[in-house]
Design a protein around this ligand. Structure first.
Ligand code: TNX
Length: 470
């Protein structure tokens, strides 16, 4: 179907918002204004149609595309499905013989393998402004991801302004890891990120890391320390040294206020409490603290999410547990899953996108090794934690930690192209995905990244056709 003067997006009712975003993106790609209009049956329409789905309707996020010589039709039973269809449509853009652009004829039936397809961004070690986060959201949405997990607090900084504890950001919003930027989000900034993400089908999950990784809080509020005095700011890259003290009178009110306020500001159903690497605590004490924090999250009406360490504690069946450390004993995690917890897989050796690509990568980390594009692609979620039943795997989440990632350039160079690989692991079932096939397809993203001004890494594992890369 040729695209030109008559091209328009047809979307009515609830679908209109999805149509507006699709039309705006198409306008950029075609360098002409693509309107959202009602269907008058003339050729050239890109129709986004929401069907009503009852019991037995197709799975969440599923969509269908039919493109012939006169029109393109995207059908779904939910808005996520329509969004996914609109994203895939962009991949059907081809040059036409008369030097224009068109959509190639296609019939696509597609649905995501996992309901949780995420990206974790550490804005605590190095801060990234709202504009950068919005760019990250756009990249994630173009890969059909649906979760943005923001690591909002750690030893090096506190990034979300909270009314009850203003010093968190007044003091620890000004600190960061050596070489990183500082800063924080106001309530309005955080709302803006959530609106931008939400309109693209992405749920924001805030993480306040406790009971370890709390030096920034203890630097802002002396009452969280046994001596009553603020601890010095921390700008290094060690982990596991800081901790909350349950026996101090200020600790429980701190947890309660922080959890309550973050929950109230958050549109999505989840609240991530970290729980990782509390190495300065003994297990029974750690367990009690996690139970206390979990109770506050429950009272605040959110579903608890935490790193795999929290499975040392008995958890409510609705809990979501995030697996990350391939070195750890996973028996508690497997037990929790058998008791109802859902598991998000972030195996560091495949999806920690702060890892260097190879020994020559100038930025990033390497504690779990180096991760080339193929390493991010070639792994099977069902095999990452032995003993899990398929039904307990909620999905897959990539992660970028920012001890050694300090600006937007570095961030996107580490994300691209690997995020595309992880996104496909989260979306497609094994027989429908293979490395040789992906290596050809991923090259087609390069012109889009270049057009958007996004830096990316020119992996030697791919025969890139065009594009700049690094
Ligand atoms: C481990 S992953 C951490 C982070 C570090 C990261 C660096 C996890 C739950 N904890 O504190 O930033 O490794 O790759």
């Amino acid at each position: 179907m040729p695209l030109g003067a008559g091209t328009r997006v047809v979307a009515v009712g609830e679908a209109e918002a999805v149509g507006a975003i699709a039309a705006a993106q198409l306008s950029v790609l075609l360098d002409r204004e693509v309107p959202v209009a009602h269907d008058d049956g003339r050729p050239g329409a890109i129709v986004l149609r929401l069907l009503s789905g009852g019991a037995g309707a197709s799975s969440p996020g599923a969509y269908r595309i039919q493109v012939d010589s006169v029109r393109a039709l995207v059908t779904a039973v939910d808005l996520d499905g329509l969004r996914h269809g609109a994203v895939t449509l962009r991949q059907l853009l081809v040059p036409t013989t008369d030097g224009g652009r068109g959509l190639r004829p296609a019939f696509v039936v597609d649905a995501p393998r996992f309901t949780w397809r995420g990206l974790h961004l550490d804005v605590a070690r190095s801060f990234f402004p709202v504009e950068t986060v919005e760019k990250v959201v756009d990249v994630a949405a173009a890969l059909k991801l649906n979760v943005l997990h923001l690591h909002l607090s750690d030893d090096q900084g506190w990034r979300l302004e909270l009314p009850s504890r203003p010093l968190l950001t007044q003091i620890s919003g000004r600190t960061a890891v050596d070489g990183g930027q500082a800063g924080f989000y106001t309530a309005a900034d955080y709302a803006r990120i959530q609106v931008h993400a939400g309109s693209r089908g992405i749920t924001v999950i805030p993480e306040i890391d406790m009971p370890g990784h709390v030096n920034a809080a203890q630097h802002a509020y002396g009452e969280l320390n046994p001596g009553g005095e603020p601890v010095p700011a921390y700008t290094g890259t060690e982990v596991g040294f800081s901790r909350l003290h349950p026996d101090l009178p200020a600790t429980l009110p701190f947890i309660r206020d922080v959890v309550t306020e973050v929950a109230a500001m958050t549109r999505g159903p989840f609240l991530h409490i970290g729980g990782d690497e509390a190495l300065a605590m003994q297990r029974p004490e750690y367990s009690r603290m996690i139970a206390t924090i979990a109770e506050q999250v429950r009272v605040a009406g959110k579903t608890l999410v935490g790193w795999q360490e929290i499975t040392q504690t008995p958890l409510a069946p609705s809990t979501v547990v995030q697996f990350w450390d391939p070195r750890a004993d996973t028996s508690d995690l497997v037990d929790a899953a058998w008791q109802g917890a859902r598991v998000v897989l972030s195996p560091a050796q495949h999806v920690y996108l702060d890892m260097k690509y190879d020994a020559d990568t100038p930025i990033g980390s390497d504690w779990v090794g180096t991760t080339e594009l193929r390493d991010a692609y070639e792994w099977e979620p069902m095999e990452s934690v032995l003993g899990l039943l398929p039904g307990s795997i909620a999905g897959v989440e990539a992660a970028v930690w920012t001890e050694y990632v300090h600006d937007e350039q570095e961030l996107f160079t580490l994300l691209l192209p690997r995020l595309a690989a992880v996104a496909e692991v989260a979306w497609s079932v094994p027989p429908r995905r293979s490395w040789p096939d992906f290596a050809v397809r991923v090259a087609r993203y390069a012109p889009t990244w270049d057009a958007a001004g996004l830096p990316w890494y020119r992996s030697p594992q791919v025969a890139w056709e065009t594009g700049a890369g690094r």
